[in-house]
Design a protein around this ligand. Structure first.
Ligand code: GDP
Ligand code: MN
Length: 421
């Protein structure tokens, strides 16, 4: 779990849809088939005709647009030969939820489809298709950006990485020069490419590496990169997956504009508006803390005492009373929360501001069933700046917050909240 937090927390990422990723690839000169996005079954036939205009034997691909992969296996990537097939595939995708190992268990609703011109992928000597995996990401171990490539691209890449790590090629990028031409050509040769395909693939790799840095990506992935069938076989990207470092978004208005609020966790969005950091987890104890280190320590000690955190909400250093009130409201609106632990070490954050937020939430927050305030046990541990004023506020409001217990220290707090839940 900590890895999930370490990943989700200091490096918040923003995802985009494949069709948006394709636009970015295209803008860097990486070859991508043309296509259009539809939002209704009725639009499928027209989009199919546009995608296949001028083709001798019409072939299009219909692809569900969600912020998750594994669509091929889930039935949300369909090759179609006729407008009727395009329509029935579209109907299926709009009326079923997309479920894959990369989605929540209940799956994702699909409201946009990409209808693209499909490519005929060359057969590989010895079996299979000419599908390759390419990605740039940051390797925390070596503290470098790296190119990851594999000859075994396509829908089985996770399995390949797990079973045969030797089939994955890793090439670190030069910190200043990026991916250099000789290194890219070397990787292309290791992928088994020959002739003009070496230059074409190396060109794609270098452009991908360039855009990774320029757009502040945390992941830029093409899976698969394919060779088209026929004597004139060309290298072309037929999937695009991107994540961006949220800390870099302020300098990319174009990328920020692609954020899709429907695909994000609504509580996380609410928190963002107030400058708070909210991470949803799977347990039953809501945590309100200040600072990332304290958040980790709080979660560790909850687990030590047999509990599981439902979320954590970091109010940071300078949250206002209004933001703290909102923070409690967000935690209380999560149905999984069966208890709340407040663990504040006041430094810049003042304990009396937190206490006032608790009192506000207890007197103003409206629960789903219409009741007001905390229905679940609340354990509060306050230390640091203005702690006496904070404790006094809570003491005076005790009548309005019957489920509240004070804790003397963090261990006491964790024990109390775990046994109350
Ligand atoms: P993902 O499963 O979410 O990663 O979706 P992809 O876009 O990668 O598609 C999954 C698989 O469908 C690919 O690995 C290909 O094997 C196949 N596929 C996708 N687009 C095309 C296409 O245009 N032509 C052909 N022949 N196969 C395609
Ligand atoms: Mn893919």
């Amino acid at each position: 779990m900590v890895s999930r937090i370490l990943f989700a927390y200091p490096v918040g990422t923003m995802k985009i849809f494949e069709f948006q990723g394709r636009d970015i690839l295209r803008s860097y000169g990486i070859p991508v088939p043309s296509g259009q996005v539809i939002e209704s079954t009725e639009a499928a036939a027209g989009a199919f005709k546009a995608a296949t205009a001028g083709q001798a034997s019409p072939l299009a691909v219909i692809k569900g647009q969600v912020h998750a992969g594994g669509r091929g296996k889930a039935g949300f990537v369909k090759l179609v030969n006729t407008a009727q097939e395009a329509e029935s595939s579209a109907r299926f995708m709009f009326t079923n939820r997309m479920i894959s190992p990369q989605t929540p268990p209940e799956g994702l609703e699909v409201t946009k489809l990409l209808v693209a011109s499909a490519v005929d992928i060359a057969d590989r000597k010895g079996g299979g298709k000419e599908e390759f995996y390419l990605a740039i990401t940051t390797d925390r171990k070596t503290r470098r950006n790296i190119l990851i490539a594999s000859r075994e691209g396509g829908v089985e890449i996770e399995q390949v990485a797990h079973d045969r790590p030797e089939a994955i090629i890793k090439e670190p990028l030069h910190p200043i020069l990026g991916l250099q031409a000789f290194a890219a050509r070397n990787v292309a040769a290791k992928l088994g490419l020959t002739g003009k395909h070496i230059g074409q693939a190396a060109d794609v790799m270098m452009k991908l590496a360039k855009l990774f840095v320029e757009k502040d990506c945390t992941l830029a992935e093409i899976n698969p990169l394919v060779i088209t069938a026929g004597p004139e076989g060309q290298i072309i990207a037929i999937d695009a997956k991107f994540s961006f470092d949220e800390n870099g978004l302020f300098r990319h208005k174009d990328i920020t504009a692609l954020a899709d609020s429907k695909e994000e966790n609504p509580a996380e969005l609410r928190a963002q508006k107030f400058g708070l950091t909210y991470i949803a987890l799977d347990g039953s104890i809501g945590c309100l803390v200040n600072g990332a280190g304290l958040a980790m320590a709080t979660m560790d000690i909850i687990k030590l005492h047999g509990g599981e955190p439902a979320n954590f909400l970091d109010v940071g250093g300078g949250a206002t009373e209004e933001a703290v009130t909102e923070a409690f409201s967000i935690i209380l609106s999560d149905a999984k929360v069966k208890g709340v632990l407040v663990n504040i070490f006041g430094g810049i954050m003042r304990c009396d501001v937190i206490a006032q937020g608790i009192v506000n939430a207890a007197t103003k927050h409206k629960n789903a069933d219409g009741s007001i305030g905390f229905k679940v046990p609340l354990v509060v541990r306050l230390e640091g700046t203005n702690v006496d004023a904070g404790r006094k506020l809570l003491e005076e409001a005790r009548g309005k917050i019957p489920t509240m217990q004070a804790a003397t220290d963090l261990t006491d707090a964790a024990k109390k909240v775990c046994s109350a839940v």
